[in-house]
Design a protein around this ligand. Structure first.
Ligand code: FES
Length: 143
């Protein structure tokens, strides 16, 4: 499977590896180390380091801002959003699937669009957007 193909769950190879690493407790280390760095309350993401973000609609897991797992979504030619991956229902980190996110076990199956809006499930709301500023190919994300 190449990075662009998906498995039966709709996960890319990278997403499957990230999910496997997260299940083993290595998610925070395996994700986001390629092109993101934390600095005094912000997460700086070098967008060119994430092949998933080369096309509109791409989703990348870029690491953590403090204890908050963060996803970046390319929403336009030069537009990106950052989402808090913690499900508002009970705080499980959601996983990219298809064109959005799903809250896999131990979560309870809530589904979200790629911009974080609630589609279905027990979650009371959509995913929380984080403040993000783009400059010279670096997205700086703050709480
Ligand atoms: S924690 Fe996500 S649906 Fe319950």
């Amino acid at each position: 499977m190449t990075d662009d193909t998906t498995d039966a769950l709709g996960l890319t190879r990278r997403q499957a590896l990230v999910a496997a690493a997260a299940l083993c407790g290595f998610g925070a280390v395996a994700v986001g180390t390629a092109g993101a760095a934390q600095a005094s309350g912000s997460l700086r993401v070098q967008l060119s380091q994430y092949p998933e973000l080369k096309k509109v609609g791409g989703i990348a897991l870029v690491g953590d801002l403090g204890s908050t797992p963060v996803a970046v979504v390319r929403t336009g030619t030069n537009k990106y959003i950052a989402l808090n991956r913690r499900c508002p229902h009970a705080g499980v980190a959601v996983t990219p699937r298809g064109r959005g996110f799903v809250c896999l076990p131990p979560g309870h199956g809530s589904v979200f669009t790629d911009t974080g809006a609630k589609v279905s499930g027990l979650t009371p709301t959509g995913l929380r957007k984080l403040k993000a500023t783009l400059s010279r190919g670096v997205l700086t994300i703050t709480g």
